[in-house]
Ligand binder design. Sequence first.
Ligand code: KIV
Length: 275
Amino acid sequence: MKNTVITIQQAKEQGEKITMLTAYDYSMAKLIDEAGINMILVGDSLGMVMLGYEDTLSVTMEDMIHHTKAVARGADNAMVVADMPFMSYQTSVYDAVCNAGRLMKEGRANAVKLEGGREFAEHIRAITTASIPVVAHLGLTPQSLNAFGGFKVQGKTETAARKLLTDAKAVEEAGASAVVLECVPAKLAKIVTEQLRIPTIGIGAGSGCDGQVLVYQDMLAMFGGFKPKFVKQFGAVGSLMKEAFQKYIDEVKSGVFPAEEHTFKIDDEVIEKLY
Ligand code: KIV
């Protein structure tokens, strides 16, 4: 059954946890979809994990549409949410609606996600008025990396915690269908979750959220180097893949691969005529 804004809302109301993972291409979307996930996020994290940028700021609408199209073709049941990249909605309400529309019309997303609170309420209202569901994103919003001065936990002071709560209520009021809470203290995320009607999806925001999201390369240990505190590695897939690549290299070099069973036959008579 296709997951939609209605089914994720029902999940919250029935106390059933919502699951979300990122995907950026067809084959990974298909695997994750077949595993039974509720939502797939085509995150602008693709700038880092797929394109090798140091942050998400250089990701374009064309990048997002290209990857969203591939994911949508692999997601039969999951609700596909596409990130609105940096400067695709901050510039004006008009740009926000046009670019959200492109992610739906060309990318075939089921919803869009944008970073920011009450300052983007007008944008969210206009996008939802165009019948495009919006997932808001609060807390650590990576597109504001330079304004924050780095990747830091958000909402730790009373003022910051109150602002986060007000922002969450403002995006709900504006028509958002869900809110991602990134790097927010668990107790604050729980209060936000209790006070909102719409689902909260946490990443580094504790178990009190209505759902959880992770970047798949992080949870499969495929992206070397830094592991954020909130990531749990559910499988050492990165090292398994590296071992398989090394085995392939060794077998090609030593002539073990390809073997007889990997080759196609031709009649010897044909071959003899070639000499
Ligand atoms: O871009 C992304 O992958 C995200 C998640 C980290 C929530 O926004």
